[in-house]
Design a protein around this ligand. Sequence first.
Ligand code: ATP
Length: 520
Amino acid sequence: MDQRRGLPQRKPDLEFYLHRFFRKKSFRPLQREVVSAAVEGHDVFLQASTSFGKSLCFQLPAVMDTGLTIVICPLLALMMDQVNSLQAIGVAVSTINSNTPLAERRLILDDMLSGHPRTRLLYVTPELCQTDSFRRNLQIVHQQEQLNRIAIDEAHCISEWGHDFRPAYQELGWLRKNLTNPVVPITALTATATPRVRSDIISILGLDTTTLRLFNTPSARPNIHYEVRYLEESSDEDGLAQLRNLLAWLKAIKTRRATRVGVEAAAKLPPISGIIYVGLRAMAEQLAHELSRESSISAVAYHAGLAPQERTRIQAMWTSSQPCEQSTDGRPSPVFSIIVATNAFGMGIDNPHVRFVVHWTPPRSFEGFVQESGRAGRDGRAAASLLYYNTQERDRIHDRLSRDAENVKNRGGPRQHVDSLLRNQTARLESFQKVIRYCDSISKCRHDMIKDLFGDFELEEMGSQQPPSSQAMMESRGGLALSPCDFACDFCKEGRGGLAKRKRKMAPDYRMEVMYEGYD
Ligand SMILES: Nc1ncnc2c1ncn2[C@@H]1O[C@H](COP(=O)(O)OP(=O)(O)OP(=O)(O)O)[C@@H](O)[C@H]1O
């Protein structure tokens, strides 16, 4: 700690900077503690649920002082979202990425190397950090005592055991080894890291475990109602029963809203936003088409096969406060505005008003499921996650992932590379097995299951600091926090008996029962 430069003499007034730059009234629980640890010069590891407000935890320290913070970000869309928001509030922020014109890149680098950079935050890709020229530039800024901090967003990408492994992230170990005397503090942030991934993040980045400050929030979100819907696939070859099931659920939401505020008032309200995740592009198109037949639903498909401008248009329309274009054909304005998407629609979508996320088929990874369902309820209000589950689809995905892992084993090529691929394939298979456990379970609160499958309890044992609301939940289980579910999942609402009854309708299921016997 004492090696690090520029520790402030007096405790800075963090609220002052929060109001002044970000126009926020107050910190969310735990944010203040994370920001303080960063300002004090600690390495910080933050694992916080989707929509927690992780970005603020490195953006605020960055604007409080002169000097530069480097932010490493895996996706252009994520980067641009944050850069645009910061520019809008007058923060000096830049990005160097594959779309940055050469002339602009030169101006940014000139400022960066000037000895007194105006830029407070510079967003870059992990690939840029691998290049010799950028590394040299970082060393120069560091020698000039202008490199305050490095923030590594989506830090789980560093691990082969993670769901979004990105090889360039592994090279980020260079930062700690080479930016020394004093070392440059690092903040690593993620919403989705399992114990193995966490340990990789800490060791590959070389975080200083003696002074590292760990923070986490529960991986499950208390305002989301989690539910699994068990399907009888044998009687539903064309998916009609599933469609009817979904429409009945939407109708119940519509009726509840009309009862609550009155039919006339309900007609003037903005549509209810939702996302339905499907596995295939064609499925996205087909389901959006089927749903749009209903007068109360406006549904649009979103997938990687659409032109980039079309994707941007759909996203902008859907994210705006009035997401649906008013109909011009005399149809009543829709009650629901739904995006039917493949997983091309995910990270960086910051629409606070999404009320539900449906998984039409089992998601391929548990981390992906938590990320995607976490698009719901970002405004903190009640929201729902619905996951449709059937044995046929489950077995199809499981067999495919097992085959992929086998194929990697039999692959030729450099040993190190094959081992790395194999770890990643094994991680994918294990992650899907967690999806199966989550869905198959009928004897545990889903919030607790999510915490369990993410190893939240282990983080607590490592001394990670949590929001006061979670600490208040400290109960039995050796003083570890139980989730504050409050009937916000199908198990806590219907009980084991209710779930067992619904699940019995699924096809008989010997294989997986044997595989996961005794898990609950
Ligand atoms: N203290 C605060 N008060 C009010 N709003 C806040 C506060 N902190 C963050 N926010 C808002 O919360 C939203 C989510 O923040 P952010 O995008 O940083 O979340 P995140 O934790 O990175 O989530 P994800 O992992 O899902 O991307 C943003 O709109 C942000 O402006």
